[in-house]
Unconditional design. Structure first.
Ligand code: C2E
Ligand code: CA
Ligand code: CA
Length: 570
């Protein structure tokens, strides 16, 4: 036995790399522990067996050709990725090198050495990374980059001549769910919505998540806009079924944009069109859909340009405040005005809050905007002594707490010499929750000053009544969506009646919003509402116009806004 033989034996035995010797028929002559471990077997059991016993069937054909080439001496070695069969039935990915090590001249027989490394982990990691790069981790749906690939493929299959439609879906007010129940519950809601969308479409359609609460559906082989609308209706119905989030039953609505493939339009362009249409659906009041039209391009301003313009608008005084009367439903006299902000845009005319409030919130400009509106509202009270009622100002959640709303309000009152009991602040349910100690103390200090806090859009949030009422609330405004359901002899009527009596028993004043018809007016009165607001009583206008054309049914009350059964509040 030579020193070389010894060395080879010890390398063979101790190598961390799996090594085996096979004869030119493919039978194992010897193998080391590392090789046996990869197979999950004892070396002794493997010796004498044919290599094909442990080879994945799909790799056999190629292996056989290669082994024959090496064993016949026509190829010195070969290297490949190869799947082996583990004793427990698993497939093990390996990198295999087969080389011809000994050639017995007398018999003409070759002996081959096989070296293998287990690369299963490496492969798994690689697959995982590839998957992560293409799929959304939360829902497992394709992400944006995978969507673009799939949509590009779909478009080229149909030669771009038609039948692909793209739906861009966005959950309405999703932030409310996150704010009310926390992000984990929000994630659960996203997962459930994703599942419902997936279950509503055909197997050949693609559902992707772009992040946040945005989904894109690629409908393959859609011939008409109507067909796309039909499939969208199925999705919408499924998504809008009640959903359990954080132990509460909630209903979400979605806004959707639809775009059909167009000659020469790529995947990115098509998704952008659907996105624009979705944005238009949001602007049109949410919970609906819009089909892309060319003029949407011109209409839609990018968020960034709106933000820049808004900063300028605030600095240059382009914001206006209009006032809408709140009336006593018994007498139709005006008891208060709600301040509603408008933007007198230099080229686009008068813009409504829905066109810019969201951008304002996102860019934190709403704090400055809120300050201006408060000043205007206090200015109104100071300049019109003949008006004895209150002015209600909408307050964004961002203004409460760290932004110190109390200080902002106090300085507006100071600057105008107005008494705090003339001011009401309209705050949404989420704002009333006062999640942080800073928010809580801000609201408490405002109440202590004698300012009314009102819950705005009551019924549209998901908060429990008790948590909303943890702060002293002076009044409550029932959201317009319930007014729209008045007279349905069902939930609409039940909610309205219950809320009206609740406000009475909690000593709050109740205001029903969005009264447009005499019919709604009389039902609201029957349900026990004391105050109301809506186009039937008056639109929002600059205060000079409102006070100038005070009609008989638009009289100002002497004593404004009384608690049910108690004396005047002013
Ligand atoms: P909101 O507080 O619910 O205000 C009521 C909205 O309903 C107003 O729309 C008002 O014009 C409209 N409205 C009133 N009566 C009727 C009616 O009978 N029928 C219909 N269809 N609509 C009616 P606007 O002025 O567009 O305001 C939209 C929202 O913008 C407000 O909803 C409020 O959340 C927000 N907003 C307005 N001004 C301010 C502000 O100064 N600061 C903040 N943070 N938000 C504001
Ligand atoms: Ca309001
Ligand atoms: Ca409201």
């Amino acid at each position: 036995m030579t020193h070389d033989d010894d060395l080879f034996r010890s390398i063979f035995r101790d190598s961390p790399i799996g090594m085996a010797l096979v004869d030119d028929a493919g039978t194992f002559i010897a193998l080391n522990d590392a090789f046996a471990r990869i197979l999950g077997r004892e070396s002794a059991d493997v010796v004498g067996a044919h290599y094909s016993t442990y080879t994945h069937p799909d790799d056999l054909q190629r292996d056989r050709e290669m082994m024959t080439a090496v064993a016949s001496g026509s190829m010195p070695y070969y290297q490949a990725q190869k799947r082996l069969l583990h004793h427990n039935g698993d497939t093990v990915w390996t990198r295999v090198t087969v080389s011809d090590v000994a050639h017995d001249a007398a018999s003409g027989r070759h002996t081959c050495i096989i070296q293998i490394e287990d690369v299963t982990e490496v492969r798994r990691t690689k697959e995982l990374l590839e998957h992560r790069a293409q799929y959304d981790h939360l829902t497992g749906l394709p992400n944006r980059s995978r969507l673009v690939e799939l949509l590009t493929a779909a478009l080229s299959r149909t030669g771009n001549t038609a039948p692909v439609a793209v739906l861009f879906i966005d959950i309405d007010h999703f932030k409310l769910i996150n704010d009310s129940f926390g992000h984990e519950a929000g994630d659960d809601a996203i997962i459930e919505v994703a599942r419902r969308i997936r279950d509503s479409v055909r197997p050949t359609d693609v559902v992707a998540r772009l992040g946040g609460d945005e989904f894109v559906v690629v409908l393959d082989a859609i011939l008409t806009e109507n067909a796309a609308q039909g499939l969208l209706a199925v999705i919408t119905d499924a998504v809008q079924e009640p959903l359990v989030v954080g132990g509460h039953e909630v209903r979400v609505t979605i806004s959707t944009g639809i775009a059909l493939a167009d000659v020469g339009l790529g995947a990115e362009g098509l998704v952008r069109r659907a996105d624009l249409a979705m944005f238009a659906a949001k602007q049109a009041g949410r919970a609906g859909s819009e089909v892309f039209r060319e003029d949407l391009h011109a209409k839609a301003l990018s968020r960034l340009s709106v933000e820049a313009e808004l900063r300028l608008a605030i600095a240059e005084g382009q914001l206006r405040v209009h006032y809408q009367p709140v009336v006593d439903l018994g007498t139709r006299e005006v008891v208060a005005y709600e301040a509603l902000v408008r933007w007198q845009h230099p080229t686009r005319g008068l813009l409504m809050p829905q066109d810019f409030i969201d951008v304002c919130e996102a860019a934190n400009l709403v704090i400055e905007l809120g300050r201006l509106v408060l000043l205007d509202a206090c200015g109104l009270i100071a300049s019109y002594p003949e008006f004895k009622g209150k002015v209600f100002v909408n307050v964004s959640t961002r203004q409460i707490g760290s932004a110190n709303l109390t200080r902002v309000v106090a300085s507006a009152l100071d600057a105008t010499g107005v008494s705090p009991d003339r001011l009401g602040l309209e705050i949404t349910e989420t704002g009333m929750l006062a999640a942080t100690p800073a928010e809580h103390s801000d609201l408490a200090r405002l109440t202590a000053m004698g300012i009314d806090l009102l819950i705005d859009d009551f019924g549209t949030g998901y908060s429990s009544l008790s948590s909303v009422l943890q702060n002293p609330v002076a009044g409550l405004k029932l959201a317009r969506e319930f007014t729209l359901r008045l007279g349905d002899r069902s939930t609409g009527d039940r909610i309205s009646t219950a809320m009206a009596s609740l406000t009475t028993s909690l000593d709050m004043y109740g205001i029903i919003e969005g009264i447009e018809t005499e019919a709604q007016y009389s039902i609201a009165r029957k349900h026990g509402w004391s105050y109301g607001q809506g186009f039937l009583f008056g639109h929002s206008l600059p205060i000079e116009e409102l006070l100038a054309d005070a009609k008989p049914d638009h009289e100002l009350a002497d004593s404004a806004l009384t608690l049910p059964g108690s004396s005047a509040l002013t």
